[in-house]
Each structure stands twice: as C-alpha cells, then as structure tokens.
Design a protein around this ligand. Sequence first.
Ligand code: DGY
Length: 429
Amino acid sequence: MAHTDLDQTAKTILIENDQGGYTIPTKGLYPYQWNWDSVFVALGFAEFDQDRAWREIEMLFQGQWRDGMVPHILFRKDDPSYFPGPSVWGTDGGPIPSSGHSQPPVAASIILDLVKSDRTGKGLERAATLLPQLMAWHRWYLIYRDPKGKGVMAVIHPWESGRDNLPDWDEALRAVEVKDIAPYERKDTSHVDPAMRPHKEDYDRYLSIVAACRKVGWDPAKVAETCPFFVADPGITFIFLRANRDLLDLAERLGKAEEAAEIRGWIGLMKAGAETLWNADLKAHVAVDQRSGQMTDGISSASFLAPYAGLRDADTLGALQDHFDRIASKVRYMMPSYDPDHRCFEHLRYWRGPVWAMINYMIARGFAEAGDTARADRLRQDTAALIQTSGFAEYFSPETGAGAGGGSFSWTAAIWLTWASPTHAQQAA
Ligand code: DGY
C-alpha cells in the first residue's frame, strides 16, 4: 500500500477507536482508556486535529486519583470483552472506576510536544491547566514508587511497567504467592493467539498482586510497603526522568519558578539514581528487585531509553551502540523488546521479543538527540517497513516482521502519523 494510503488508514483507525474524546487501544482486546496508549494517541491526533489531541489527555486526567495517581485503565463503561474488570480491582481512589496502579508517565513529554507544535493558539493555556495535575502525579511517583528516595522508580505490578511479561519480571513474579484469587476466565486469549500472550502462571500472579493490594485498600503507602512485587524498572525510570526534564521546560515556559525548582531536585536525584540500575557486566541499565536486591541479567528495549532520558555520556552511549549493532546482526527488524541472545527471548510473545512502534519512537528520539542519526533513522525505517508489510498491528516479530497481538492498533497508527510515515519524514526534512 502507498504510504499516503497508510496515512489515511492510520487516521481512520484513530477515528474508529475514538469513543467520544478518548480512544481505546483496539476493539475487543482493550476496550477501555489505557494511560500511555492514550497519551501516544494524542501525538497521532495532533497531526490532523490538535484540539482532539488535547482532549485525549484531558480526559485521561479526569480519572486522576485524590492522591495524585493517574490510573493505567479508566473503566468508563462496562465491557465484558475484558478481564479483569472494575470489580476485580475494587478501587475507590478517583472519580472514574479504574485499575489500581499507574503506567509509564509519558504525558508531560507529549504535552510539551503539543505545546511546541501548537497551531491552535491555546496550547500553553491548556498545558497551564494540566500543570498542577502533572505535578501531583509526578510527586505521587516519587513518594510511592521510590519511598526510600533512591532516584529509581519501582513498579508494583508488571502491568504498571506497560511491558507486562518482560523476562525481567520472571524471578520477582515467581516469588509472588498465588492466593486470594477466585476462579477466573481470561478474555485476552479469546481475542489473540495464546502463543502471543502471557502464560496462565503469569496471570495467576498478576491477579494475586491485585488481590494483595486490594486487601490494603490500595492505600499507596501500604502498597509500597507490603506489595509482594516491587521492582525498579529502567523503562519507567527513564521515561519519568525524561518527563521531568520536559515538565521543567513546561514550568519554565509558564513562569512557575517554585515548581521548576522542585522539578530540578527530582532530576538531580534521578540522574544519580539511574546509576544503581547499571549492570556493569552487561554494560546496560536493567531492572533491580527492590525487595531482594537482585539485578536482572538481560537487556530490554528500555535499556536503550537512557539517551531519551538525557543520559548521553560516552560510556553509556558507546555501550548501547555496541549492543544495538550486535542485536541488529541477529534480527531483521529493530528494536526487539528483549535481547535475542538471551535464553528468554521469544520473537512473537508479547514483551519477550517483539518490536513495539512507540518504543522505537522514543529510542530513536534519544539517539537522534545524542547525535546518532544513523541508528535513529534505522529505527524509523524499520518501524515504517513493519507497518508497510504487516499493517497497524499491536507489535511485530523482529525476525519475520509478522504482525501480532491486536489489530487496527491506535498507538501504532499514531506513531505512524507522527514519525514513521515517509510523509512525515519528508515534511520534517
Ligand atoms: C492486559 O490486560 O494485557 C493489559 O496489558 C494490562 O494493562
């Protein structure tokens, strides 16, 4: 299909997944508003309807909890095609029924992008309205996902990382006792080939973590203290460090000196904290179980987000470039979600190998900002080739390029429109 036809298909996907101001990731598999999906979707809408892009993010923030958390799913209406729904989560933290934890905090970064590309004349004003909500969410992350002030963000559930069944979670997840779960029927495997989804043993533990947090009433301090899963994630840490830099830019544009000073403190803390995720043997940042102290032994696509977070020293960048080239010699399409040389790599199973368009977008941005336009271009070209070959799939095999997971996927369409489409690249040139 010509790339201009794909531009049109991408727009149609966003419009058809629009539920009246917020967008579902895809029909059937994910019928609600997901946090980071929604925020990436705003980038896609911004290409043809900036007002609608802002609306997407504003509707997400309507679900913010009283304690500042912005939930990973907003259950705006009941949909039996998804499990686990609101009754399993049993939350009461905000104005809209929701799940009980958050997701990668990309919002500040994308809001800054919307402000910079604003054609409505209202961008900065809309950002000003959202600033207190962003500050509250970021404070919540720092207090409850880094209670010891180490400068790295933990996740209390693999789903909070957005990278559900990443091999990095395997060991910490195995330590979670399966208990307090009622018999249940998964819905995901009725929409998607089970070979592309997490295993039942994973689901038992996902639900056991939810049960443990429900037991303490989703009180964030108690969750941080008692949750059976508490693992520092390089993905969230780097996305959050970047988001803080972008939030600082927003606060400065808005003349908010007090907020800016507070954010500068967060950035300093996190720059130092990120070093604790550095695995010197692997020469990459990895996950660290905050309960056991155990460091993981694999490189994930999030390891390549260090430059996106602003960590661009020669040692880090050089090590990542070497890993990039080694991995590129093993797979046809970059960037697999897990190292193809690792024993846990599976090219089609969700986060254990497949390529995700929005991760490629963030990695490429970091590499380009670090001056490595060659590797950034490679990521853009591979993302475009995957979509041109296999359509707007949720994720793709790095080996064959086959599309996997859900189809007509909103964030894949959005990333096409904002970055991967040759139309966009020509305009940018
Ligand atoms: C799911 O249900 O698979 C989601 O990824 C949870 O966010």
